[in-house]
Design a protein around this ligand. Sequence first.
Ligand code: G3I
Length: 306
Amino acid sequence: ASTLGAAAAEKGRYFGAAVANNRLGESDYVNTLNREFNSITAENEMKWESLQRTRGNFTFTEADRIANHARSRGMSLRGHTLVWHSQLPGWVDNINNANELRTVMRTHIETVMGRYRGQVHSWDVVNEAFQDGSSGARRNSVFQRVLGNGYIEESFRMARAADPNAKLCYNDYNTDGRNAKSDAVYNLVRDLKQRGVPIDCVGFQSHFNPQSPVPNDYQANLQRFADLGVEVQITELDIEGSGTAQANDYRRVIQACLNVSRCTGITVWGVTDKYSWRSGGTPLLFDGNYNKKPAYDAVLATLGGS
Ligand code: G3I
């Protein structure tokens, strides 16, 4: 296979990219996306503030454009994200009554998942619920404040009811190796699985840079989650750097996924360095002119393509 998507497919995995609606008019962007990738995540367009900026008014124009692009090209779609403290409109943040918040969450989850039922294969139901650092504590958010620890379980139950066929994921960053934060997520997932709460997958964002490099125990960490009986997915991969060093880091990440049978797919967080969320950074597989970087060649070769 000569593209990322086709090579990954031969290994039983998808290979996706985060896509921004406002780049879909750029031909180099679209051509690269269409040629190389077989899964799409909306970079921002399926977040709460994008879909329901004011209460009860859903605007799907941009999200639909991305979903339609995926459908028309036979690409699969990852859903990102339903319950998250960030990019959350102020009207949600200001709710302080538990039942009102539950009603609002249910409406949002049902409406959004309902719209993309049958198309989104995996949803990030809850995103980034834990703090960084050594505490393993929950992150402060309106959901945590008003509903307590049970909000995660409640979110997954609402999501299962809204779309029984979608895979339901917990997604986070700095959980890529063993550390206090990933231990906290591990304990959460183990508890949810033991009690029959519907969770199917864990997303490892995998945003790496020199301060936060690919951990040595990356594969072992994926494996311990997989051993809980959930799928693992690499959901937002990017690695700051260039040249051979960057290529080698990418190779390790891809190989780790291939070595874990329940690792079902990889998404890089953007198509080109030109539009990376790390402004000025070069963390992706195509440079600003859509040329393949050494990291691209390493990924393709690791997937068995050429
Ligand atoms: O759309 C507005 C535009 O109208 C306005 O002119 C412009 C001025 O600042 O802002 C635009 O919104 C920006 C949006 O991206 C779209 O480009 C926001 O300011 C900016 O904050 C937002 O950043 C996004 C970030 O999430 C927000 O938390 C990044 O694009 C997106 O890549 C990033 O993605 C997150 C994942 O969702 C979760 N994991 C971490 C990852 C990286 O931070």
